[in-house]
Design a protein around this ligand. Structure first.
Ligand SMILES: [Fe+2]
Ligand SMILES: [Fe+2]
Length: 135
């Protein structure tokens, strides 16, 4: 069974960001699959790095748009992004040093964080961006 399934409820009404979120969901699912099928550490390490890279890219694009349109919730939103990036960086370091193994708890953490960030934080910009003709 797939760990994380996209639902229309997750839409933030900004097409490019919905696409980014779908890609992040795909990467979390790939990580989950690689854990279940016991993939080599190098393969898992590569997916973790892809997840970090794409997360940084996506957060950067959201932040750019918030800055460009002077969104009042920017600082609080960015601090959530920064904390998550720091956490994923820490996971990668611990994984590479052998101090961390892939577990379902970690997969659930990634899924739950992204889900609650989209639903609770990203959705706060939907109406604002739509009012600036960004959709
Ligand atoms: Fe965000
Ligand atoms: Fe997002």
């Amino acid at each position: 069974m797939v760990l994380f399934q996209w639902k229309n409820d997750y839409s933030v009404n900004v097409r490019q960001f919905d696409n980014h979120h779908k890609k992040l969901i795909d990467l979390i699912n790939s990580l989950h699959d690689s854990m279940l099928t016991g993939k080599h550490q190098i393969v898992i390490g590569k997916i973790l790095k892809d997840l970090l890279d794409y997360t940084r890219y996506h957060f950067g694009e959201e932040e750019k748009l918030m800055i460009n349109h002077k969104f009042s919730g920017y600082a609080e939103h960015k601090s959530q992004h920064d904390k998550f990036v720091a956490k994923v960086c820490e996971c990668i370091q611990r994984y590479e040093s052998g101090a961390l193994t892939m577990t379902i708890d970690l997969m659930n953490f990634l899924r739950d964080w992204l889900k609650s960030h989209i639903l609770g934080t990203d959705k706060k910009y939907s109406e604002f961006f739509n009012s600036k003709n960004v959709a």
